[in-house]
Design a protein around this ligand. Structure first.
Ligand SMILES: [Zn+2]
Length: 327
């Protein structure tokens, strides 16, 4: 949990770094942006940067202070997760006011170990108007050496009186390449990560769901079946086309399956080029692989235009079958 471990949010992180370096950290921030792009992780990295003794202003991830932040047990850090709190308790409004009181209580005390006290309220837009008003007092007269971070997907839900007293830090959707890298770093299969990243709409959380769930399983199964398509009976190939277009296949899944086929065709072209030097039939193999890839692109375009999906898949898969082995 350190600032240089936050990927794909350079603008937000640079802004915080500059404030830290100048010793001018705001008393209150609101981190806004789509879900799953690193807002909460950045809030915790900011806490580490404030409290770290080895690399102050940055966080080292290894000193006792950083480790306490990582374990969410640093006495000068308080994290309120409203989503979890509401799931565990009965009514939303009670929870929110109670939680806000705890945040205020934390910030009112003197720092125990570090130079500053930090409170993070995740899912801050879940605060009721009463709860937000209860927080207003803390924002109007912030205790010295404290920083409050409100994490919200939609800051517009917060009261204008709250927003105007917080410095807003915007978080952008993550680049596909960053999501892919983070998924692989988190243990996902590279092929699953490559399929999931472009569909994740900039959210690592969504990317994780896509890379680990049923969809990744379907894409893996599709790759296996494509690998032996040239020796499969025609009926099996037609069954595969039917499965692709079954009504339970949602649009995002369709895109993932198309992406898997395109990827497989691209790999065939690379394999054909790699082995083309080996034999006299090499150039023909490359031509066939390129033609298949072009066919796959054409099918992908047809599907985007809402052409008859079943027919498109039938034609493409039968053609891939007929093309035979490449390398
Ligand atoms: Zn540290």
């Amino acid at each position: 949990m350190k600032l240089d471990g936050i990927l794909g949010q350079e603008r937000a992180v640079d802004l915080l770094r500059r404030s830290l370096a100048a010793g001018r950290l705001a008393h209150a921030y609101v981190f806004t942006g789509p879900p799953g792009v690193g807002k909460r992780a950045t809030a915790l990295a900011l806490a580490a940067a404030c409290l770290c003794t080895a690399r102050p202003g940055e966080g080292c991830g290894a000193c006792p202070e950083c480790r306490l932040v990582e374990a969410l047990s640093h006495p000068d850090l308080f994290l309120e997760d409203l989503e979890r709190a509401q799931a565990e308790r009965a009514t939303a409004s009670q929870v929110s006011i109670e939680q806000v009181r705890r945040v205020r209580g934390h910030l009112a005390l003197r720092p125990v170990r570090g130079p500053r006290k930090i409170a993070v309220v995740d899912d801050a837009e879940r605060m009721t108007a009463d709860a937000q008003n209860a927080l207003l007092k803390t924002l109007e007269e912030p205790p010295g050496r404290t920083t409050l971070v409100l994490v919200a997907t939609n800051a517009a839900v917060l009261l204008p009186t709250i927003r105007s007293r917080c410095q807003q830090v915007r978080f952008a959707p993550l680049e596909d390449a960053v999501i892919e890298r983070l998924l692989v770093a988190g243990g996902a299969e590279p092929a699953d990560a490559a399929t999931a990243a472009p569909l994740a709409e900039g959210s690592l959380v969504r990317g994780r769901e896509l890379a680990s769930g049923e969809l990744a399983e379907r894409c893996r199964d599709l790759r296996d079946r494509l690998d032996r398509i040239h020796e499969s009976p025609v009926t099996e190939v037609l069954d595969l086309a039917s499965e692709m277009t079954a009504s339970r296949t949602a649009r995002a899944e369709q895109s993932a399956l198309v992406a898997t086929v395109l990827d497989w065709c691209r790999r065939r072209v690379r394999d054909a080029v790699a082995s083309s030097a080996a034999g006299p039939g090499g150039r023909d193999a490359v031509r066939r692989a390129v033609r298949q890839l072009e066919r796959a692109y054409a099918t992908s375009r047809d599907l985007d235009r809402h052409a008859n999906a079943h027919l498109s898949w039938d034609v493409l898969l039968l053609e891939l079958r007929r093309a035979g082995p490449i390398a």
